[in-house]
Design a protein. Structure first.
Length: 61
């Protein structure tokens, strides 16, 4: 019986396609496509939490 290879990203022994497991491959694909949800709004919330008023709309550079 052959031992399962480990994912290069998470290190867990899983069936692989090209060295990366399916969940890691999907996560990397989403990051590469820029589909991280609400990144700007999360950043604005963090700024407000620390007392900084984020610039809005056309004022941003």
């Amino acid at each position: 019986m052959q031992e399962k290879k480990k994912c290069l990203i998470c290190g867990q022994p899983q069936p692989l396609k090209g060295g990366i497991c399916d969940p890691c491959q999907e996560r990397i694909r989403r990051e590469a496509l820029g589909e991280q949800a609400n990144v700007r709004s999360q950043a604005d919330k963090e700024l407000k939490k620390h007392g900084v008023t984020p610039e809005t709309g056309k004022e941003r550079k």
